[in-house]
Design a binder for this molecule. Structure first.
Ligand code: AVJ
Length: 322
């Protein structure tokens, strides 16, 4: 009984967003955050080791190589908040570098309890680091961390993996502004951003030959089947990856292979798809260096330093709140 109530409660945001997104006139859409249930998160872990998808390895490489340089630019004592810690694997380098000089409080903020547990297990062994996890939406969690920090402490926010790129411009600037409003001047944000690269490389990265990304995308329909009792017939849909030239973003869509009607009883909904019609499930923006300084400045940050991976163009940007 209790489980039932709990499930209903956590589903209410999904129900609202499915209703909104699938009844929209024009382009149907679903928020990309719903790609990450336990199946989707496991599939993303696989994507991140595919040879065609270099993003996660570039991010890790930069943090491994330059953590000491990054830390040298901070002003201790530092409290670290991480938005979307995931497994916590690439955060190790930053925490190890920081904890050489000081005791560190590390506050991962995650909507997934499973991810929080994983990250506590992965990073729990580092001396001089205490971990306090927050099972919250990003900004709610950040508000709590900011409220608890000591007066003279600098807050370092980690927002890695180019998740910022999933906020379709100008939502990226809006999100940075909301973050800035929670921070004090002098606080730091380490922002990971995937950079523009040849389009054929991007198409391979978001439509890999093994079909892992296709499974990752289509799992969204399978999730709605599981959680909202819907009757999507998965083989009647296909994964589409395309580069949207006008905005400079990779997009994932799910395309209906035929005209069909799907029932989603828990959302009290029945949705008709035309043959070839798509649901837009994700945008992943590919930044230029100029754009990064631009969005930082619009949100009240200055770019203190940048580190760039040459193998897979990707940047770690150390931003300081003005
Ligand atoms: C986890 C947000 C960085 O945008 O590239 C991977 C997710 N989507 N393959 C990205 C993703 C398709 C990913 N991020």
């Amino acid at each position: 009984m209790l489980t039932q109530a709990f499930t209903t409660d956590t589903n209410s945001a999904l129900i609202t967003d499915v209703r909104l997104g699938l009844t929209k006139s024009g382009q149907k859409e679903l928020p990309s955050k719903y790609l990450y249930d336990s199946v989707g998160s496991a599939l993303f872990e696989v994507i991140s080791v595919l040879p065609e998808y270099g993003l996660t390895r570039a991010d890790e490489r930069l943090l491994r190589r330059y953590s000491e340089d990054i830390v040298a630019r901070l002003t201790p004592p530092t409290t670290v908040a991480e938005l979307g810690s995931g497994s916590g694997k690439k955060t190790r380098w930053m925490l190890e570098a920081l904890s050489k000089h000081q005791h560190v409080s590390y506050c991962p903020i995650e909507i997934s309890r499973t991810a929080l547990n994983m990250c506590e297990r992965e990073l729990g062994d580092i001396d001089s680091v205490s971990i306090v996890g927050f099972e919250r939406e990003y900004l709610d969690g950040l508000l709590e961390v900011a409220a608890r920090r000591q007066k003279r402490e600098q807050l370092l926010v980690l927002f890695l993996g180019s998740t910022i790129g999933n906020f379709e411009h100008p939502a990226d600037v809006k999100f940075l502004c909301q973050m800035r409003a929670i921070l004090q001047s002098g606080d730091a944000l380490l922002l990971g951003t995937d950079l523009m690269k040849p389009i054929h490389q991007l198409l391979d990265a978001y439509d890999d030959p093994l079909g892992v990304t296709a499974a990752f995308n289509l799992n969204l329909l399978a999730r709605i089947n599981r959680e909202l009792d819907a009757d999507f017939i998965i083989p009647q849909f296909e994964h589409v990856a395309r580069f949207n030239q006008a905005v400079g973003s990779m997009e994932m869509h799910i395309r209906s292979l035929q005209k069909q009607t799907v029932a989603i009883p828990t959302a009290d909904l029945s949705v008709t798809f035309l043959e070839g019609e798509t649901i837009w499930t994700e945008s992943s923006h590919k930044y230029s260096l100029g754009e990064i300084s631009g969005i930082a400045a619009s949100a009240g940050f200055r770019v203190d330093a940048q580190w760039i991976d040459e193998e897979w163009p990707f940047a770690e940007n150390l931003l300081i709140a003005e």
